[in-house]
Design a protein. Structure first.
Length: 97
């Protein structure tokens, strides 16, 4: 997978964030709330139109959409509901070229 990304000349992942709270803690950073994404956008001066939230669940794509960025589901079965769907991360990367 990393080789595919390198071949497309994509930068490696250099940062990440997690929500350390349990679902019942009603925090501001748990998906589908957009706090963690918005923090990255503000901190790094990112253009939301160029950003994507990818995940294997609908809640991941919804989180991106709630943050005002693109959201998509990446998984083997084409069951992405209303969200943009990619079968693999390599399929997503191909759309960026």
């Amino acid at each position: 997978m990393a080789g595919d990304m390198a071949a497309q000349k994509l930068e490696p992942f250099v940062d990440w964030a997690i929500c350390p709270h349990a679902p019942d803690q009603a925090c501001a950073c748990r998906k589908p709330k957009p706090k963690l994404i918005l923090d990255f956008i503000r901190r790094d001066g990112l253009d939301p139109k160029q950003c994507w939230m990818l995940g294997d669940k609908d809640i991941d794509a919804a989180c991106g959409i709630n943050a005002g960025i693109n959201g998509a589901v990446v998984r083997e079965k084409a069951n992405a509901g209303a969200h943009t769907y990619f079968a693999t991360l390599a399929d997503f990367v191909e759309t960026l070229a």
